[in-house]
Ligand binder design. Structure first.
Ligand code: ADP
Length: 355
């Protein structure tokens, strides 16, 4: 067994999180985060400087794993980085202009600082590349898919895959034999139907905006609302983008916060809009779970994870109340803490040992 120190790097637009593991024993050796990168008042100018300061503290890194948000149809699995692969990730920037450039900055900085150390990209979209065409093609003229790659991609793939594997372990079954519905409920929220270990449908779409009500994202709306807002309310496309991604969801409906803890507090004090926000949140999850139960047929478990899924038992109780009453074989309900970094470390270990 080869022992390997794997550094997992997650570069956001203004943040950098890392964890260092000893693999394959999965021992966490170090972790940390740098916030407010490049912002006024922050001491770290860019991701490179951030990584330099981190790598002063830790040594012996033998492989690096990078979380990359969008791998489009190019990347169906974790991939060892080289110039050709990096160029393909660059090409995916058009589909994820807010995320992929920051991920690439981390990749470039690590290539410079840790010359010769193998680096692996692990994509948020990869797990959903098994979706069948009927699940990922939108009802638009087909050329928009062929020419412009407009389709459902899905996100949070690393988290869905991790909890699916852990659920199969708890069920004492092979992942290839279980049907699951995995619910990642954090600030961003998504649900995935997993059939015999493979993602067959997921609630997020071309971007993370589709699907469930989220902290600040609207989730599903009538698409005609976008043109209505532009034409009748004189909003710019930028305004609408901000409205749907940053001002909507739990925050927009409740008028209190995007944080479920604060909304619950307000609801308990009788705030009607806070109550409504929670009702919509739960109702939307119920609709997706019900749809996926229909698609999957016999379902072994419904799994809840991430901030709300792991820490808000009342939300799970409300969601599951009466939901399975008409089923002959009821799925187990599980709460499994997600660990995207560990999943990335496992993938890196697998790819690098193979090479
Ligand atoms: P992100 O998607 O940004 O990683 P999280 O997974 O932490 O966010 O999810 C954020 C949501 O989870 C918030 O609505 C918050 O209220 C809820 N949450 C996080 N931690 C807790 C906790 N310890 N107790 C209750 N709710 C929590």
């Amino acid at each position: 067994m080869v022992i390997m120190k794997v550094l997992v790097v997650n570069c956001g637009s203004s943040s950098l999180k890392y964890k260092l593991y000893e693999m394959p024993v999965e021992r966490l050796l170090a972790k940390g985060a740098i916030e407010r990168i490049g912002e006024k008042g922050g001491s770290i100018k860019n991701h490179r400087q951030g990584l330099e300061s981190i790598l002063k503290e830790i040594d012996g890194v033998q492989a690096v794993g990078h979380r990359v948000v969008h791998g489009a149809e190019e990347f169906k699995e974790p991939t060892l980085l080289n110039r050709k692969v990096i160029n393909k990730i660059k090409a995916c920037c058009a589909l994820a202009p807010l995320h992929n450039p920051a991920n690439l900055e981390g990749i470039f900085a690590c290539s410079d600082i840790l010359k010769g150390i193998p680096q692996v990209a692990v994509f948020d979209t990869a797990f959903h590349q098994t979706l069948p065409e009927k699940a990922f093609i939108y009802g638009l003229p087909y050329r928009f898919y062929q020419k412009d790659k407009i389709r459902k991609y899905g996100f949070h793939g690393t988290s869905h895959e991790y909890v699916a594997i852990e659920a199969a372990k708890r069920l004492r079954k092979s992942i290839l034999k279980v049907n699951l519905i995995t619910c990642h409920l954090g600030n961003g929220c998504s649900i995935t139907a997993v059939k015999k270990g493979k993602s067959v449908d997921t609630s997020m779409g071309f971007t993370p905006l589709e699907g469930l009500l989220m902290g600040t994202r609207s989730g599903d709306i009538d698409p005609a609302l976008v043109t209505y807002l532009i034409q009748k309310k004189n909003m710019s496309t930028q305004d609408v983008d901000v409205l749907l991604n940053k001002e909507s969801g739990l925050k927009g409906v409740s008028g209190v916060s995007n944080d479920m803890r604060k909304i619950k507090e307000a609801a308990q004090k009788g705030n009607p809009r806070a109550k409504l926000a929670i009702e919509i949140f739960v109702y939307r999850i119920q609709k997706y779970i019900s749809a996926y139960l229909g698609i999957l047929g016999k379902t072994d478990a419904v799994v809840f994870t991430a901030g709300i899924g792991e820490n808000q038992p009342q939300v799970i109780k409300d969601t599951c109340r009466n939901l399975f009453d008409n089923l002959k074989q009821k799925p187990k309900v599980m709460v499994i803490p997600t660990d995207e970094e560990l999943m990335i470390a496992r993938q890196v270990y697998r790819v690098v040992s193979r090479e």
